[in-house]
Design a protein around this ligand. Structure first.
Ligand code: NAD
Length: 416
């Protein structure tokens, strides 16, 4: 019999009920802790004396932000320049030496980063290392002082396992499926404009893109014509020739995305052209939760719509899946948006728009659970790549004051 199962289940159920969230509850718990210390001072002092024979006294203290040392930055292909340089800025600003491993898939950017960027930096402190899975695996066998990885959850696990061998701390910026809840109380055209823009941006190859819509069948019927009109306005009658729709990065991803087009029923788009690695901006309806398009991160210009009957059902759907990197909720009612926010968890959240939260430098950017750990952007980038060293400096004098702490801890000694 598992001696911990009941306790853990009890606590998890309590957490899921939301009871720990209100400020009053947290304040009450902290007040309880404070009362515990005050009301049991004597008891605790005796217990500590029996267990450890010591007491502590602090002077003033400060935090010294120090660079970790040698940092490894591993980048993906979808924004190959930004996602290499943004972590690099934080790592260099904090004073680290950096090995940058760009994605081998975005070959042209990889080449520029390897051949040109080092000329602008001190090469005794910075290096670009090239390669795919095999070379990165080899690189990861080495000890780094910090690893910053951006990529898929699958490879994130490989990176974290390799880091664990050296107890190297990691930031994992991963992906997943970002839900987009659309309430019945919405202007469909506004929602369609915003969702289509952020879904099809960079041909859907964005980690924070809305991955699927959750809405009622009635809202779906209102959304479809507006999604069609938004798509046509943005990319014209022939999206394949639009300069504003990116291309799918590789043959492998093209074939994966083309397979996803067979899930549910195509309501908008659905065309593809292998010679151009083109997938039309597409909307799928009638999809099942068990189909690949609802199981894997889409990472392409395909938007499935899943029907739910109520806000509660949408929240329940989101909660029973992995915690996403981003979550979107559209409603004219701020109460509805706030309920989605309060009853779910995700790396980031945006009400009534796409990934605008990511563009605010003062907000942390990162995932939670399966979508990653750690965060960066703005000042946080500096903090991410710094070790907050806890320091205390004491003057050599005043020994009489400090003499109190030395044993023997007899009542007489304590009175001195
Ligand atoms: P990926 O995980 O396949 O590759 C990322 C990096 O890991 C590349 O540099 C690659 O060379 C390396 N790599 C690949 N396989 C490896 C292995 N077996 N061992 C060691 N290293 C390996 O990801 P990708 O296809 O380049 O990018 C797409 C993914 O990245 C999506 O899941 C997307 O959501 C995610 N992403 C996340 C963010 C974010 O900021 N959270 C940003 C962009 C992309």
């Amino acid at each position: 019999m598992d001696p911990f199962a009941d306790t853990l289940q009890r606590l998890r159920e309590a957490f899921d009920s939301g009871c720990t969230r209100p400020a009053e509850f947290r304040a009450a718990q902290l007040k309880g802790l404070s009362r515990f210390l005050q009301e049991n001072k004597q008891l605790l002092q005796e217990a500590l004396a029996q267990d450890l024979h010591k007491a502590t006294q602090l002077d003033s203290a400060f935090i010294r932000k120090e660079p970790f040392g040698l940092v490894l930055v591993i980048a993906p292909w979808n924004y190959p320049l930004n996602l290499s340089l943004e972590p690099l800025v934080g790592a260099l600003a904090a004073g680290n030496c950096v090995v940058l491993k760009p994605s081998e898939i975005s070959k042209s950017t990889e080449k520029v980063l390897a051949e040109v960027l080092p000329r602008y930096l001190d090469q005794s402190c910075f290096a670009v290392v090239l390669g795919g899975p095999q070379e990165t695996g080899q690189l990861l066998e080495h000890k780094f002082d910090y690893i910053f990885f951006t990529g898929s959850p699958r490879v994130g696990k490989i990176v974290m396992a390799a880091a664990a061998k050296h107890l190297t701390p990691v930031t994992l910026e991963l992906g997943g499926k970002n839900p987009c809840y659309v309430d019945d109380n919405c202007d469909p055209q506004t929602v369609a404009n915003r969702v289509a823009f952020f879904r099809y941006f960079n041909s859907g190859q964005t980690c924070v893109a809305p991955d699927y819509i959750l809405c009622s069948p009635e809202m779906q019927a209102r959304l479809l014509p507006t999604l069609q009109s938004a798509t046509t306005r943005f990319y014209g009658e022939d999206p394949q020739s639009s300069p504003d729709l990116g291309h799918v990065i590789s043959e492998k991803n093209f074939l994966r995305l083309r397979r996803l087009l067979s899930c549910g029923r195509v309501a908008i788009g659905g065309q593809s052209d292998e010679s151009d690695r083109y997938i039309a901006p597409t909307v799928l309806v009638g999809v099942q939760e068990t189909e690949p398009v609802m199981r894997e991160e889409i990472f392409g210009p395909i938007l499935p719509i899943m029907n739910v009957r109520s806000l509660d059902e949408a929240i329940e759907f989101i909660r029973r899946r992995e915690k996403p990197l981003a979550l979107y909720a559209f409603s004219n009612s701020s109460q509805v948006v706030k309920r989605v926010l309060a009853q779910t968890s995700s790396g980031g959240f945006c009400g009534n728009d796409g990934f605008m939260h990511m563009t605010v430098a003062s907000l942390p950017f990162g995932g939670v659970g399966a979508s990653g750990m750690g965060s960066y952007h703005g000042k946080l980038s500096f903090d991410t790549f710094s070790h907050p060293r806890a320091c205390l400096l004491r003057r050599p004098g005043l020994e009489k004051v400090y003499a109190l702490r030395y044993p023997p801890h007899t009542p007489r000694n304590l009175r001195v």
